[in-house]
Design a protein around this ligand. Sequence first.
Ligand code: ATP
Length: 699
Amino acid sequence: MAATTTTIATIGVSSLYRTPSLAVSARRVFPRRSDKPHSCSGLLKVSAAAASKRFGSLCLGADRRGSRSRCPTFVPSAVVSPNSVLSEEAFQGFRDLSKSSLEEGEEEGYDADAYESEEEEEGPFSATAGHDENELAIASLDLPQQLVSSLEKRGITHLFPIQRAVLLPVLEGRDLIARAKTGTGKTLAFGIPIIKRLSKADEGRKTSRTSSSGSGPCTYQELAKSRRKLMSRIIDLINDNSLRLAEVEYLVLDEADRMLAVGFEEDVELILEKLPSKRQSMLFSATMPGWVKKLARRYLNDPLTVDLVGDQDEKLAEGIKLYAIPTTSTSKRTILSDLITVYAKGGKTIVFTQTKRDADEVSMALTNRKFTVLVATDVAARGLDIPNVDLIIHYELPNDPETFVHRSGRTGRAGKEGTAILMFTTSQRRTVKSLERDVGCRFEFTSPPQMQEVLESSAEQVVATLMGVQSESIQYFLPAAQRLTDELGTQALAAALAHLSGFSQPPSSHSLISHEQGWVTLQLTRESGYSRGFFSARSVTGFLSDVFPAAADEVGKIYIIADERVQGAVFDLPEEIAKELLNKPLPPGNSISKITKLPTLQDDGPTVDNYGGFQTGTGVPEVVVLGNEVRGFPEIGVAGTLTVMMAFGVVAEASEVHALIVVDLVIVLQNVQTNSHFDGNSCSNLWTCSSSRCDIMTN
Ligand SMILES: Nc1ncnc2c1ncn2[C@@H]1O[C@H](COP(=O)(O)OP(=O)(O)OP(=O)(O)O)[C@@H](O)[C@H]1O
């Protein structure tokens, strides 16, 4: 490629689109200032991924032409409403007013926040709702034909709302800050108009081709010569003069809030310093905290704000169903496989962890069944457009609401549906509640799938796969199938289904209550004539002590069956102990069995939702805070701001927790509303606790 050709500098891995040929077509729809033709030379798109030095692709080029002229501002009267289609009237308003303002040379401010709201009549992706389809068709926007065709090939024929909302402002050269939900097409929102403008510039150059030299940023050729440099950091490229940005005309900060956040800002600033001050700058993101808008003003010139999210509304993309599932750190991995089997239904899943190490561990744990899973840290949370991801699992809570929005937004893209599941431990309930508030969403709190559901889902998926086997292939296996059916009947098919589901071995036993592997859940039932009064958890331990003391020592969680006509409880035991117990003779009127499905339990059964109040009285402690009167540990005071950790990984801010009472080394949390007596700072002990022991680690 010669040094004189016009190409676009697009830097970054996220949402990267291919530059179409810059074929020129006559401009019809959008009038432009005739007195000041734009001479666009290049686009610099810096994504968070770029700033994090993870360049997946780099396409650099330069135009040797002169600099771009900035269009005056204009005053559109459009209605931009959160999540809604920009109405055709509004769209027309953009056109008319931009036209008139351009004609009149007006330069007025524009504040999309001041826009009125418009009721959403149809889905947010219904670009043609109530409008003349042709008016909104990409084919009618006077874009280069090759661009229109390549978009059509990808099923992109009509503008999405954010694309409609920013089209004219970008064409007119406005700086802007744009917010729209994940997967709503922000990439093409800036891509289409910039390509259109570049193609115009290219057209201009072709018709008045004069010079082939210049002092452009750098040439594709130069960098092709040094491929290795393509892979190195952009900062290094700038520093050693391989990348010169002096003629870049368009700057897009995609994932702008991430780009301008601490840790990235410095690099971005360094890059921005190298850009000409005369440029068009645009900030896009699905999340745009207030501080970004303030900071952005340093980089933008009289920016237009286009906000299709709004402050009041749910900030997640529509079509994403949210579940929250209580777990413990030890049961998480077992539950994860089950969740993927039941909720992804054979589709694609992304599992988000906090650290790379966790990601490695989780992916190792997902080996026995057949999954299509990407296990990733938050590096993959933004910008990645992987088609048709069905399920997102927040294996660990995100650090902030923005990360939750972006992680979840890897599904439910371009109007499709998806599911996001948040796995949380009991002490994280408050964080989950904060997430609901900050993101404006609602979780459905549900329990981990029961083994029966997992097996049924697995079988369904295998059956669906079998339906896709071509009849020509089936013919080859008919004789063997016939033989097997004759010998084993339906057992033969069941064996095939079990094997294809990844269950050649029976599912490993795990507790129905805590989902911990190596544990089983048993049910004790007592006939009414043998009742010795009120049936309680104590009745169970007393019974076990009589029958098999080892079981009484090892028993885990105990829950009473809700049905009042039944005297009974369910409880967890280690598998080996359970086996022995099941062989012991029982007192008359009592029966014990291993169960595969939990009966309905009394209120303190495994919780579905229990905000603000913690469970009391049973088994492993949920959260620990140091109280003033910790029996047996008089030296322990109170630490109001102490971070407390439990042996099974629960982390809680002590300031969010209420009280701790220790009863016979079973730690019980009580929901004491006043925490005034926790203000003392006398103690800063960190406790790790389990039901059977408490260790104190003094700082
Ligand atoms: N007008 C359109 N019609 C149909 N599909 C579209 C249209 N615009 C974009 N898409 C598709 O929608 C998907 C999401 O687009 P894109 O990646 O630009 O979203 P985004 O808003 O940048 O999301 P995120 O904030 O997560 O980065 C892509 O697969 C894209 O090809």
